[in-house]
Design a protein around this ligand. Structure first.
Ligand code: ADP
Ligand code: MG
Length: 612
């Protein structure tokens, strides 16, 4: 089978889906549940346990139960203060390691166990193996964090076909790719432990992230914690004598589960009955919890999302009425209070048509369907891995489509001939991040012909277009004759990650030298234009100069020639500038002569005959 699964690898919960007869379906595990808690428990002996069973161990064996590992995969830029975890986390040379008992593991490995569990669940449900996946990551994840996620997928036995942004996936799930072009969308994602707000813009079927903001320590867990505290207060108010007994792990686990269930039900019902039949000393506790009480606890937590929303709109230079749609993602957005709050911030009712805790997984699955050809409308959410351009005079790289441009895309530029009487141009298509053409990869080349013209007169437009299938079409057109040549290249987008990494590392290593070389080449081109121009001017109008002026110009000319040989960039720049300055008068004489010639030609031109 060639089908591809879509995976939401969440901080709190993870999900896996697949396209079935054109519809995205989220797959359930053996117990019929579609959310798998992103928790891994390492028992003292035996294999790690993943998912719901592991989640129950959080309170009982906190030092052996790893949760929120996604936070260790990647921090938001600027967030430096450490999370506190009940398990042991160490960081050395930017690499995070987690120790459980005598074992040491990494965030990637832990994530891979979660992914493997999803894979097993899916395979059991489908009765066949699934080996290819699309995995989502937060929009703010950088290259390294995306690579780490990809590696986790590979360790779990997946070929990771694509890593896509969570807000983009959510927008796909809400069907917003069908909105009109240039639509702006706010994606409000409040999960278990993280809050993310993203502003997207739809551009020819592709979502572009205009801004992201958020907080990796803000979410439903905070509400649970407050609710557990409230229940403890109520219990001790009624049974003050068991105050200390409440702190046992088993009872805390029970309280946390009760609080969590009550919170979920209060999103639907105005009040819920909470019962604890067996408290220490054979006491029992019953309490009718009203939604109002929960909301009073939750309000200050939810209010903290406000400043992030305002900042994201500021960064995107938008105000609420510029938005075409606001969508809700993350389990917590099922709370009526959150919906009301979002409506106030964005001054519009949020779109609640999708299940908020499944939207990201559904979007990943739709993307998987697009990749495997199950969905015909092509919305590729890919970017160019490396810059694309052509070689220009002097062996320089002239970038036409920069690295990380969203595909599909189109860009072009006009070029001219560097040499007089040139009658063709050789278009060399290059890929890479280096300043000099020779250090980049040549994808292909072709020649475009034009009429013989003086230097700088030809006008050749070169256009690069990457279509939705990732194929690069290079078009060159001579504007005077309309003659054009086309070259189609398939290899421009499918570049292995290792090669991309290597190219980028090299471009950084050589950035300084490359730049120096580029500046030298450009300055030398200028000298090589100046020298013959001055020489021909001297033969034409040199006799009109004073001897001193003539000698001075000759001295400046040899200074440029010397500087060219010396390879000293500062010297060459100064010599060019001096020659430019010192030949001002010569240039004026040349213009006067050209004007006199033109006048003469006009006088000699025969009048219209009118006899035809
Ligand atoms: P993540 O993206 O962090 O993995 P999710 O989107 O799955 O998280 O959201 C999990 C959070 O949503 C948890 O705090 C959970 O308690 C909360 N949640 C789920 N359903 C509801 C609901 N019906 N009402 C309130 N909160 C909910
Ligand atoms: Mg999520």
């Amino acid at each position: 089978m060639t089908d591809i699964v879509g995976i939401d690898l969440g901080t709190t919960n993870s999900l896996i889906g697949i396209m079935d007869s054109g519809f995205p379906i989220i797959l359930a595990d053996k117990e019929g549940l579609r959310l798998t808690p992103s928790v891994v428990h390492y028992p003292a002996s035996g294999e790690p346990v993943v998912g719901r069973t592991a989640a129950r161990m959080r309170v009982i064996a906190p030092e052996r139960t790893i949760f929120s590992v996604k936070r260790l995969m990647g921090r938001r830029p600027g967030e430096t203060d450490k999370d506190t975890f009940p398990f042991s986390v160490a960081e050395a040379q930017g690499k995070v390691s987690i120790s459980v008992g005598e074992k040491s593991t990494t965030p990637e490995e832990v994530s891979s166990l979660i992914l493997r569990k999803l894979k097993t669940n899916a395979e059991q449900g489908l009765g066949r193996s699934v080996d290819r996946a699309v995995i989502t990551v937060p929009a703010y994840f950088n290259d390294l964090q995306r690579q780490a996620t990809k590696r986790a997928g590979e360790m779990a036995g997946f070929a990771v076909e694509r890593i896509i942004n969570e807000p983009t996936a959510a927008a796909l799930a809400y069907g917003l790719d069908r909105l009109k072009d240039r639509s702006k969308i706010a994606v409000y994602d409040l999960g278990g432990g993280t809050f993310d707000i993203s502003i997207l813009e739809l551009n020819e079927g592709v979502f572009r992230v205009l801004s992201t903001n958020g907080n990796t320590r803000l979410g439903g867990d905070d509400i649970d914690r407050e609710l557990v505290r409230l229940l403890e207060e109520r219990i001790t108010a009624r049974h003050p004598e068991i105050r200390n007994d409440l702190k046992t792990a088993a009872l805390l686990a029970q309280l946390r589960e009760l609080a969590h269930d009550a919170k979920l039900r209060l999103s639907e019902e105005p009040a819920v009955q909470i019962d604890i039949p067996f408290l220490p000393g054979n006491r029992r506790f019953g309490y009718l919890l009203a939604r109002r009480e929960l909301e009073a606890l939750a309000r200050p937590i939810i209010r903290r999302t406000r400043s992030h929303c305002l900042r994201s709109m500021d960064d995107a230079k938008l105000s609420p009425h510029d938005l075409d749609e606001v969508i809700l993602v993350g389990g917590v957005t099922r709370m009526p209070l959150v919906r009301q709050f979002v409506a106030e911030i964005f001054q519009r009712l949020p779109n609640t048509s999708q299940n908020p805790d499944e939207a990201v997984a559904v979007g990943a699955t739709i993307q998987a369907g697009i990749l495997s050809g199950d969905i015909q409308s092509i919305v590729l959410l890919d970017v160019t891995p490396l810059s694309l351009g052509i070689e220009t005079f002097g062996g320089l790289m002239n970038v036409i489509i920069p690295r990380n441009s969203t595909i599909p895309c189109k860009a072009g530029e006009m070029f001219t001939n560097a040499v007089a009487n040139q009658k063709s141009m050789w278009i060399k298509v290059l890929q890479g991040e280096r300043e000099l053409a020779k250090d980049n990869w040549e994808l292909g080349s072709f020649e475009i012909e034009f009429a013989r013209v003086p230097k700088g007169v030809a006008r050749v437009g070169v256009q690069f277009e990457i279509d939705a299938n990732g194929i690069l079409h290079v078009l060159a057109r001579d504007t005077s004759t309309g003659r054009e040549r086309v070259l189609d290249l398939t290899s421009a987008v499918d570049v292995s990650d290792e090669t991309v990494e290597k190219m980028i590392a090299e471009s950084l290593d050589h950035a300084f030298d490359d730049m120096a070389e580029r500046v030298w080449t450009e300055t030398a081109i200028k000298s090589n234009e100046l020298l013959p121009a001055v020489k021909s001017a001297l033969t034409l109008v040199g006799d009109q100069l004073t001897d001193r002026n003539r000698e001075e110009i000759e001295r400046l000319v040899s200074a440029v020639t010397e500087a060219l040989e010396s390879k000293d960039i500062q010297k060459l720049k100064a010599a060019n500038a001096a020659l430019d300055e010192g030949t001002q008068h010569l240039a004026t004489l040349l213009i006067d002569r050209a004007m006199a010639e033109a006048e003469k030609r006009r006088a000699q031109r025969p009048p219209p005959t009118g006899s035809r």
